[in-house]
Design a protein around this ligand. Structure first.
Ligand SMILES: [Zn+2]
Length: 287
């Protein structure tokens, strides 16, 4: 089996977990190598902790994710809301990507609502061609082969997300919630605060872990529509959100696996990386 090197690049230390935590664990379980990289330090993500304190806490939370998922989790020292697609960042990212030498890179789409997500996406795209250009960042040997670049799923409609790969994640979804549970400062504090739901969060560890799931999605073969799942979204995170891609792209799941699944993660090929044919896609996504 060919060993895949997957580099997942998000703006904040929880973006990769949310967008491709299931796929990341599938890669790691199968002996492939995964790195999450957050381009911002997470220092904006709290209502009462100081920037330096929350950044340090979130670094620790990310390292717990790394241990649980069997991956590495790097975080740049750029403050939240301050990542820009400038030349210095382009060079830094080029060096980081070359050092890891990924077969496949994952990133946000460039039409995201959040400036950090947009700039993280731009940086990956700006660095993409340069990865193979020896005279750019000469101190870091250029890659010989351009990686495939894929976008995370999102719900922005201009243009709409159009998945090329959809991966069933029923077998890892509970462990994905374990990853969310590591980000205590976010899922039990900051995100409920921003949603006006801080009062809802149970104090007890087990109760809030269950609260994280929200309303349970049936796993008895009942298939819900995206509209029904939408009505089930509760709390700061929930099973319904994890299930919505499987409902939206059910036909693609059936085409891939011969049957529907309850949970899935989906990905769109970015036009600026290597363009994989069907065989290359099978090799990169062997699940
Ligand atoms: Zn983010």
């Amino acid at each position: 089996m060919r060993k895949i090197r997957a580099m997942m690049i998000g703006a904040h230390p929880d973006d990769c977990d949310l967008r491709c935590g299931g796929l990341a664990m599938k890669y790691a379980d199968a002996g492939h190598t995964v790195k999450f990289l957050s381009l911002c330090d997470g220092s904006g993500g709290h209502q009462s902790m100081k920037r330096t304190e929350i950044a340090k806490r979130r670094y620790g939370e990310a390292q717990e994710v790394a241990r649980k998922a069997g991956i590495t989790y790097d975080i740049w020292d750029v403050p939240d809301c301050e990542i820009v697609a400038d030349i210095a960042s382009r060079k830094r990212l080029t060096r980081d990507i070359r050092a890891f030498a990924p077969d496949v890179i994952f990133c946000h789409r460039p039409n995201d609502y959040h400036a950090d997500h947009r700039n993280a996406s731009l940086l990956v795209q700006d660095a993409s061609y340069l990865l193979i250009v020896p005279n750019f960042c000469e101190d870091a040997p250029a890659l010989e082969k351009m990686p495939v670049i894929v976008y995370f799923y999102d719900r922005f409609t201009n243009p709409p997300f159009s998945p090329d790969v959809i991966i069933a994640t029923d077998d890892v979804v509970d462990r994905k919630f374990d990853l969310y549970d590591c980000h205590k400062s976010q899922f039990y504090e900051w995100l409920p605060y921003t949603a006006g739901k801080l009062e809802e969060v149970p104090a007890d560890d087990a109760a809030r872990r269950e609260w994280l799931h929200g309303i349970r999605v049936p796993r008895d073969g009942t298939l819900l529509t995206p509209e029904t799942l939408e009505t089930m979204r509760t709390g700061s995170s929930c099973e319904a959100r994890e299930a919505i891609q499987a409902a939206l792209y059910r036909e693609k799941l059936i085409a891939r696996y011969g049957k529907p699944y309850v949970f899935a993660e989906s990905f769109e090929i970015c036009p600026y990386g290597s363009q994989p044919d069907a065989d290359a896609l099978k090799e990169l996504f062997p699940f």
